[in-house]
Design a protein around this ligand. Structure first.
Ligand code: NAD
Length: 340
């Protein structure tokens, strides 16, 4: 089997997890990762056996620091089929022209606008729309979370309106710059961009979102109120989510009362970097009254988009036509329970 040759541009929160996930797939080869500076993360990548590629202007800094590089980004483009761009939001535009000129495919992340790639991706909702594409974008962590649960529900019982409040983590655990470290900060630009981002994949969905930044680094939490086309029951919604890929149902009665216990669960599961790839829904936090659904879900912002990046590679590189087969393969490699 010819393996898909993949590189990761931007190696920190998302990029290092994507790199680990690529290295775990038997149909992909991780050609290398890029760093702009010879930080501890560059050294860790070398320790893991990954080749380092750097922009031309960074070569001297790496040579001066005695950190071994395999070449420049231009050298890297010659060896790959696809680059997963995990640079910070709004940097992708700079690279898109390079990818185009080099004739390589690229996946951008949720910090970029939909227009940059022209196609947005979520495994469950629209796997086939990125089939053979040169560019695609894996939507943000929050959007991925909303699509993982709302899309399967909408397929069974059309959502007329969804109102979502996103309680956002203020910073990632490895980030000592962002905040607030004390206080709650509402997003005053309303409605927030998360609704339109979901619509980049489900354009028919009426969804309105608000967001509040909270002094936590662990996870985001969504409160969802959705009006459905027809009256339903809590049990019917539970049955849909039991079957939904990469959705984990937990119960506060079992002691999972906060995002802290969810992260403890991820540690107990022995996940790489203690990641929780699934969207976590409180079973006893789901309530249906008539045709109105109320629920809570938690999103591990550092990792929920990782399996989506892997499936997106397969779709864009025409490696697996069947979404269920790609999801199952990715899940098996990452230790995510498979649902049938
Ligand atoms: P990050 O800041 O943790 O990592 C970005 C990496 O890119 C860093 O190593 C940085 O040094 C490097 N970089 C910066 N400029 C570069 C350049 N010009 N060329 C090459 N590398 C460069 O960012 P992140 O949190 O991993 O976010 C990456 C993307 O993923 C963004 O679009 C973001 O919106 C999206 N995303 C982030 C999260 C999250 O919670 N962190 C979740 C989902 C999606």
């Amino acid at each position: 089997m010819t393996k898909i040759r993949v590189a990761v541009n931007g190696y920190r929160t998302i990029g290092k997890r994507v790199a680990t996930a690529i290295a775990a797939q038997d149909d992909m080869e991780l050609v290398g990762v890029t760093k702009t500076r010879p930080t501890f993360e560059a050294l860790t990548a070398l320790d893991k056996g990954y080749d380092l590629y750097v922009p031309e202007e960074s070569v001297k800094a790496f040579n001066d620091a005695g950190v071994r590089i395999a070449g420049t980004l231009q050298d890297m483009y010659k060896k790959v089929d696809i680059v997963v761009d995990c640079t910070p939001g709004n940097v992708g535009e700079f690279y898109r022209d390079q990818y185009k000129a080099a004739g390589v495919k690229a996946i951008f992340q949720g910090g970029e606008d939909h227009a940059l790639a022209g196609t947005s991706f979520n495994s469950t909702a629209n796997y086939s729309e990125s089939w053979g594409a040169q560019f695609s974008r894996v939507v943000s962590c929050n959007t991925t979370g909303l699509l993982r649960t709302l899309n399967p529900i909408d397929r069974v019982n059309k959502i007329q309106n969804a109102f979502v409040t996103i309680v956002r983590r203020a910073a990632d655990p490895g980030d000592s710059k962002n905040g607030p470290i004390n206080g709650l900060e509402p997003s005053v630009k309303l409605p927030t961009h998360h609704g339109p981002d979901v619509q980049s994949i489900m354009p028919w969905l009426n969804i309105s979102t608000m967001a509040v930044k909270a002094s936590t680094t662990l996870m985001h939490l969504h409160t969802i109120v959705a009006q459905l086309e027809r009256e339903t029951t809590t049990e019917e919604i539970l049955a849909i989510l039991e079957k939904a890929p990469r959705v984990r149902l937990v119960s506060s009665k079992d002691g999972i009362k906060t995002t802290a216990q969810i992260m403890e669960l991820a540690r107990d599961l022995g996940r790489d970097r203690s990641d929780m790839y699934e969207i976590v829904v409180w079973r006893d936090g789901i309530k249906v009254v008539g045709n109105t659904l109320y629920m809570y879900q938690a999103v591990h912002q550092e990792s929920d988009v990782i399996p989506e990046n892997i499936d997106c590679i397969r779709s864009m590189c025409k490696a697996e036509q069947d979404v269920a087969a790609s999801v199952a393969k990715t899940n098996a490699a990452l230790g995510i329970p498979q649902k049938n």
